[in-house]
Design a protein around this ligand. Structure first.
Ligand SMILES: Cc1cc2nc3c(=O)[nH]c(=O)nc-3n(C[C@H](O)[C@H](O)[C@H](O)COP(=O)(O)OP(=O)(O)OC[C@H]3O[C@@H](n4cnc5c(N)ncnc54)[C@H](O)[C@@H]3O)c2cc1C
Length: 367
């Protein structure tokens, strides 16, 4: 039985660990802080392939959505998965782009349709029609969102039932290599952990010190603000993509409001407060769309750092410099996790090359 170390217990590491254990590997997960402490705990978490051109990246995200859905057949309950669809409308300036995108998605066989006012009322009765105006509304019934930390815990528990070990508070300080082959890792406390293969699932830390400069995945991270309301009186149960404001439920009546495509400069406010003008503005926009939430104050704000490989696309595959060393680092990781878990396990534990990953190899960064 091959021994495999997975570094990082975010949504990607947890998925990879579960599928590796299922493939018969002896798995050890080493996590520096806690399960879901990284980007997976500060994400909008929308499962989609909405705007993920070119085609191979779109297809990868569709595979991610399908893999999440398929977990319903494998687990008695999937409380982390909310497949309630997404509604989108755009302002004047964005409508032509939206029309082209919907057309392209339909051409690719993706579930995307235009709906009228009556359907919008049925799908999201709390949305004020005046906030939408005469904007065409697109409906994506197969999209939704995932609670990544609930998901990661479930995957690691399932991996544990198959014999995997999860070590919390174990920061990997070094990859150990002998004669060009990974032999394991050494953690910050000096403990050596031996393995036949090592999978790096450290997300935004994949270019961090601790990994040899020649083994770091080059990243171009951006930051996003996530604003949480207290429990509010709305029955919204879908993702809303409105102009400059994206909203979804976050459990127990709370809403998560953000601009999922926008960047925030963390240098301006490394620990953003609920009093930031951007935070207030987001809630004001949410209130225009959902007047029923009333004059609510933000309850919390979090800063999320996106784990984006330098060219914007996933980096999943072996690193050519060291045999037995593999990376699974990506943005859109909430959508992709369930699929990547299976694909990485196929490649690392079963020796099966997955064609879906052909254009996403980390080797492209290493000449
Ligand atoms: C604002 C924002 C919005 C987003 N919106 C979406 C969305 O709508 N849909 C979507 O699909 N994706 C979205 N994403 C992206 C998605 O959240 C990430 O791609 C995903 O969470 C990455 O998961 P991960 O497991 O790779 O990384 P992480 O969750 O960051 O996990 C990495 C783990 O590795 C650990 N670690 C790091 N270094 C070490 C070390 N040396 N030793 C041991 N452990 C280590 C960390 O502690 C951490 O727990 C969004 C991200 C942000 C920031």
């Amino acid at each position: 039985m091959a021994a495999v170390i997975v570094i990082g217990a975010g949504i990607i590491g947890a998925s990879v660990a579960f599928r590796l254990a299922q493939a018969g590997a002896s798995v050890t997960v080493l996590e520096a802080t806690r399960i879901g402490a990284g980007t997976s705990g500060t994400s909008f978490c929308w499962t989609n392939a909405h705007d993920k051109a070119p085609r191979p990246y779109h297809d990868l995200n569709v595979a991610g959505m399908k893999a999440h859905r398929a977990l319903r057949d494998e687990f008695a309950a999937t409380p982390w998965l909310h497949e309630n669809g997404c509604l989108e409308w755009a302002d004047e300036a964005g409508r032509e782009k939206q029309r082209q995108r919907v057309e392209r998605l339909q051409g690719w066989g993706y579930a995307a349709e235009w709906i009228g006012a009556a359907e919008l009322r049925e799908l999201a009765p709390d949305v004020d029609p005046a906030a939408v105006g005469d904007a065409p509304v697109a409906w994506f019934p197969e999209e939704g969102w995932v609670d990544p930390v609930v998901y990661a815990q479930a995957m690691l528990a399932a991996a544990g039932r198959l014999g995997a070990r999860v070590v919390i508070g174990a920061r990997v300080a070094r990859l150990d290599v002998r004669a060009g082959k990974a032999t394991g890792v050494t953690t910050a406390d000096g403990t050596a952990h031996f393995a036949d293969a090592v999978v790096n699932c450290t997300g935004r830390w994949a270019d961090d010190a601790g990994f040899e400069p020649g083994l770091r995945i080059p990243l171009a991270p951006t930051a996003g603000l996530l604003v949480f309301t207290p429990p509010v009186a709305t029955g919204l149960d879908r993702v809303l993509q409105a102009p400059d404001c994206h909203i979804r439920p976050d459990g127990a009546g709370r809403l998560l409001v953000c601009r999922n495509d926008a960047e925030f400069d963390p240098a301006a406010a490394p620990r953003p407060s609920v009093d930031l003008p951007e935070v207030r503005d987001l809630l004001r926009r949410a209130r225009v769309i959902l007047p029923a939430i009333g004059p609510v104050e933000p309850e919390a704000v979090r800063l999320g750092i996106r784990a984006i490989p330098r060219d914007g696309y996933s980096a999943v595959g072996p690193l050519p410099q060291v045999q037995g060393y593999y990376a699974a680092v990506t943005h859109s990781g909430v959508t992709l996790a369930a699929f990547l878990g299976m694909a990485v396990a196929d490649e690392v534990a079963r020796g099966i090359t997955r064609p879906e990953l052909a254009t996403f190899r980390p080797a492209r960064f290493f000449g």
